[in-house]
Each structure stands twice: as structure tokens, then as C-alpha cells.
Design a protein around this ligand. Structure first.
Ligand SMILES: [Zn+2]
Ligand SMILES: [Zn+2]
Length: 208
């Protein structure tokens, strides 16, 4: 497995590219901004992008989707429960003073337990609502991509449109049931592990 990451945009979102070493098949997760940098990385590494996966549809995670879609033709993947937000993303971004290109329609809806295959790699979709209704994590190959559901030391806000703190508690508990050694790759900030988060995450104290 090859894993590349870039910090993009004014909110410093983590964009990840996961690729299969042999086939160079790859997926892009949360291309939030700076499409040229993301596309350069794809070209330099000769990645063949199969999916553009949005952990959720806040503008800082989808801003570069139009360009990446145009240049790679890859399938845009979201959870069905996120469609409402996805369709409002431009309006919500405008409230924050950001102008976004129109988002192409999603090509594929995923739900809990679905698996995305790239070459020999398998990543499973975990539906983890709370920060947003159709928030997902991708789990497999020893890593967990968490979007804004889980950060190193904290969790995503629940006061945005569609947020729900009770749902976030359930999602958090569920992630904490994974093995200690699983590497956590959040939508913002540094990486962590499930073991570290179970021990240190401030949200643990509200729940356990
Ligand atoms: Zn978010
Ligand atoms: Zn975010």
C-alpha cells in the first residue's frame, strides 16, 4: 500500500491518496482544495484514480472534487445520507465567504459495510454519523480514515447543519472498539492510533 497526504485549503484539511503498489490503482479521499497540487501528486506517482471518496460533504473536504473528477474521470463516492449536505455545500460555503465550483453529481452511494477495492487493497465503509448525517470512515489495511468524526485528541463539531451529538457518541464508541494498533488518519491535524485515542481523547471522558 502507498499512502500520500497533502494539507489543503484555508481550513488545512488532510487529503489522502491510497494506492495499490502493483497496479497503481488509487483512491483520493477528501480533495478539499488546491486541485493542482493533488493532480501533480497523482501524475508524479502514475496513480490511476478509481474513486474520489468524500468522508462527508463540508466544503473543506470537497472543494477540489470538480477538478479531480474532470481530470481523472474517477467515480465520486459519498454516503446517501450525505446527499442533502452535498447539494447544499456551495450555499453553506458561501455563508463562510468561500466560493465553490458546482459539484458534479455523485456517481456512487456507499453504505455501512460496503468495500472499495483498489488493486489488491480493500477498504471498508463505516457509517459514522454525528458530525454530519452521512459521515463515513474508511477502514482496512491497518488504517482508519476518519474525516471530521475523530481527530487526535478530540472529535468534530456537532453544531453544524445536520450534526447530532448523540449519534457522534455512538460513532465514537464504535471506533473505540477497533484494535489499539489501528492507525487513525483524521480530516484535520496529526495522525494517531485507536489505542492513543481510547486513552487520551477528551471525548472519552464524556462517554465512558
Ligand atoms: Zn466537516
Ligand atoms: Zn473539515
Amino acid at each position: 500500500m502507498i499512502m500520500k497526504s497533502l494539507v489543503v485549503g484555508p481550513l488545512e484539511a488532510n487529503c489522502f491518496i491510497i494506492a495499490d503498489e502493483n497496479t497503481r490503482e488509487a483512491l483520493v479521499i477528501d480533495p478539499g482544495d488546491e486541485p493542482d497540487r493533488i493532480l501533480d501528486l497523482i501524475t508524479e506517482n502514475n496513480f490511476k484514480i478509481k474513486y474520489i471518496v468524500c468522508t462527508h460533504a463540508h466544503f473543506d473536504h470537497v472543494g477540489a472534487v470538480p477538478e479531480i473528477k474532470k481530470e481523472t474521470g474517477a467515480k465520486i463516492v459519498i454516503h446517501r445520507d450525505e446527499l442533502d449536505i452535498y447539494e447544499r455545500t456551495r450555499d453553506l460555503a458561501a455563508l463562510w465567504g468561500y466560493e465553490l465550483d458546482p459539484l458534479p453529481e455523485p456517481d456512487m452511494f456507499v453504505s455501512e459495510g460496503d468495500k472499495l477495492e483498489i488493486g489488491d487493497l480493500r477498504l471498508e465503509v463505516l457509517h459514522t454519523p454525528g458530525h454530519s448525517p452521512g459521515g463515513i470512515c474508511l477502514y482496512g489495511e491497518g488504517i482508519l480514515i476518519t474525516g471530521d468524526t475523530l481527530f487526535a485528541g478530540s472529535v468534530g463539531r456537532t453544531d453544524f447543519y445536520g450534526g447530532d451529538v448523540e449519534k457522534l457518541k455512538k460513532s465514537f464508541k464504535r471506533l473505540m472498539s477497533l484494535l489499539d494498533k489501528v492507525k487513525v488518519l483524521p480530516g484535520h491535524g496529526p495522525e494517531s492510533t485507536i489505542g492513543q485515542e481510547r486513552a487520551n481523547n477528551s471525548f472519552s471522558y464524556e462517554i465512558f
